[in-house]
Unconditional design. Structure first.
Length: 273
């Protein structure tokens, strides 16, 4: 006999999910999108077995379940402020830099190909405390008191680093180097951020997901209180560049929000018809 024994279910009930999700950090008023991301709901409960002492096998006579736990794992590739904050447990703030007028910085006992980082400050202590400069302008470099031509050194203005690639003829292996430079002011409106690494143990907020599935019912999914933190979520800082987009994983724990309606404390899903 051909065909199914019973009437098959509607193929519209099959699901190939896709969509977009975002996160609203506690204390803010808008949602920041994760962008290129996948999201997975995880759940578990604690199982307690009651075994009888009345027979040698100590058979199970009842099983209790309790302590429900829910979570969301988000794997995302878009490098925006949300990813920086979650993947590095960091504060992301606008970067500012005071103007540095014409200045000389000394580097004792330098060797060829070493990197020389330009910093603000007039003393060695000030320079050590500086987080470094960006957008530097180098006017001259001297090695052992001799000014060298620009073709013999490299200057990465964006990171404020100088590298001498050709040593002056007759110079010692180790020489004192002096770099003359300046740097512009950078204000908080320059779209330049500084990421303060490992400054927060966790980040809590509202998770929002809007499905746009290839197949299946689309849903609006909200977790009113989701906390990201803990271990995991390694992030590659250097890769060979030949593979896929580097992604980070953040694991969030669902917490009860009793300001919500009854039944919605941990979250809800609404069919979008």
């Amino acid at each position: 006999m051909a065909g199914a024994v019973f009437k098959p279910l509607d193929p519209k009930l099959l699901n190939k999910p896709s969509g977009q999700c975002a996160f609203q950090l506690r204390g803010t008023s808008s949602l920041i999108p994760f962008g290129h991301a996948t999201a997975t709901f995880k759940k578990s409960s604690t199982k307690t077995e009651i075994r009888t002492p009345e027979e040698p096998g100590n058979g199970i006579i009842a099983t209790d379940y309790g302590q429900l736990t829910g979570g969301v794992d988000v794997e995302f590739g878009t490098m925006n402020t949300l990813r920086l904050a979650l993947s590095h447990l960091a504060n992301v703030k606008p970067f500012t830099q005071a103007i540095v007028p014409a200045k000389e910085q000394s580097f004792p006992g330098v060797m060829v190909n070493e990197w020389l980082e330009l910093k603000a400050g007039d003393t060695a202590i000030d320079e050590a405390a500086s987080i470094g400069l960006i957008g530097t302008v180098v006017t001259s470099v001297t090695v052992g008191g001799e000014v060298i031509p620009p073709a013999t050194y490299r200057h990465d203005s964006k990171s404020g680093v100088v590298q001498i690639v050709v040593w002056p003829e007759g110079a010692d292996v180790n020489e004192d180097v002096v770099v003359s430079f300046s740097a512009p002011a950078v204000t908080g409106t320059a779209s330049t951020n500084v990421v303060e690494l490992l400054q927060t143990l966790s980040l809590t907020g509202r998770f929002f997901l809007r499905q746009n599935n290839l197949r299946g019912t689309n849903r609006k999914i909200v977790v009113p209180q989701l906390t990201f933190g803990g271990e995991g979520g390694d992030v590659q800082w250097i890769a060979d560049g030949s593979g896929e987009v580097v992604k980070a994983t953040a694991s969030g724990s669902m917490e009860a929000d009793y300001t919500q309606k009854a039944g919605y404390e941990y979250g809800y899903m609404i069919d979008l018809l």
